[in-house]
Design a protein around this ligand. Structure first.
Ligand code: TRP
Length: 376
């Protein structure tokens, strides 16, 4: 029997069947034709496109039609502060950075600093705010284009967001929210309203520039219910439906199911981890596709499909397809041992984190305020 899985903005669990999600959500598989169209503009395809990490979209072909007619889009993505940033969070952001460079476009990055307060029973508003600046520093350090990247904080930019959010909210009934998010009579009314806040950055630049501008939202597929609703509403307000592109989840450190949770220190590798912590976490906790004994591993080979170290290389850390293919082949055949595979992952992750931490250390709250916070 098939095991149940769940994917929605508040929960990702079980072994996700992405083909099934495509039909359930009504998103389109990223096919050869669309990929080739993207390639025409970007020259090469990002590894996450070549490897199916980004696997589905809505209206990407329309977005390219507009782009080819000289109507540039803007990018929109986000992060609800709730804890420290871990490697799994980087998947859509690294891809967004690539899109920003290749298409030379603006990016609006929302930090809904009320979201996790509204949805998590066990946190306070004040606690969530402690992560806001921390999360912004990590995002800024990833190397988005300064001057073309605009951070939106829901409470700080409330004067801009709220008037538009109420216009969205007026078009959404409680029964629509129930159907989209599985809410019920006992859901708090802040949570019921929240999706209106996440809709706004998809058209706020159009409001401010007083012209319709296409929008592309790269995001983890769990966020799609928000944007499905957003797409229904925006034409009613006189704006384009946002296009979107969806990524699959990088497995959490300890196994292949669900997505990484930031509440458990040992469940993920965090951007602030030291080289030693990374080494320990990978060696001790990273789920292995290897066999129980050396003899058995040599004879039967390992399974890279469930091996977390291999998956981290595939999602983020080995951009070279031929190198990745060699690792995969050697691991599958038993020629490469789990300890060897883990060593490769540890070195790659630590090289990345060293650079990231150095970049982050150079950004002060003052720089955040001056260079990254959206100013209208
Ligand atoms: N809801 C997202 C989260 O839980 C945050 C978010 C806001 C977002 N706007 C977005 C994510 C746009 C992707 C795209 O982190």
């Amino acid at each position: 029997m098939e095991k149940a899985f769940r994917v929605n903005p508040w929960e990702v669990s079980g072994k996700v069947d992405y083909a099934k999600l495509i039909s359930e959500f009504g998103i389109s598989k990223l096919d050869e034709k669309t990929l080739n169209r993207i390639k025409k503009h970007t020259k090469e395809l990002h590894p996450m496109l070549r490897r199916g990490v980004f696997f589905a979209h809505r209206d990407f072909n329309w977005l390219l039609d507009e782009y080819e007619n000289g109507n540039k889009f803007f990018l929109y993505t986000g992060r609800a502060p709730s804890g420290k940033i871990h490697l799994g969070h980087l998947v859509p952001w690294i891809f967004t950075k690539w899109l920003q460079e290749k298409f030379d476009v603006d990016l609006y990055f929302q930090f809904p600093n009320e979201e996790k307060f509204l949805f998590n029973q066990n946190t306070t508003y004040e606690k969530v705010q402690e992560y806001l600046e921390d999360n912004m520093l990590d995002v800024a350090a990833l190397g988005f284009k300064p001057g073309r990247t605009h951070f939106i904080i829901d409470t700080k930019h409330a004067d801009l967001l709220y008037p538009e959010a109420v216009k969205v909210a007026k078009k959404i009934t409680f029964s629509m929210v129930k159907a989209s998010f599985g809410m019920n009579e006992s859901s708090n009314i802040g949570a019921i309203f929240y999706t209106a806040m996440q809709a706004v950055p998809a058209f706020l630049p159009s409001v401010i520039k007083k012209k319709k501008i296409p929008c592309l939202i790269p995001h983890g597929v769990d966020q799609d219910p928000h944007f499905r609703l957003t797409r229904d509403i925006l034409p009613k307000l006189g704006y384009y439906k946002p296009a979107s592109i969806q990524n699959a989840f990088m497995p959490p450190l300890k196994g292949v199911e669900g997505k990484t949770s930031s509440s458990d220190e040992t469940s993920a590798i965090f951007l602030h981890d030291s080289p030693k912590e990374v080494e320990t976490k990978i060696k001790k906790y990273a789920f292995s596709g290897g066999r129980d004994t050396l003899e058995e591993h040599r004879k039967k080979g390992g399974n890279p499909d469930v091996d977390v170290s291999f998956q981290y290389l595939k999602f983020l850390f080995e951009e070279d397809d031929s190198k990745l293919a060699k690792i995969e082949k050697d691991y599958r055949s038993g020629k490469m041992l789990t300890s060897e595979l883990k060593k490769i992952a540890i070195d790659k992750i630590n090289a990345f984190l060293k650079e990231h931490q150095a970049k982050r250390a150079k950004i002060t709250p003052k720089i955040l305020e001056r260079d990254w916070l959206w100013k209208v």
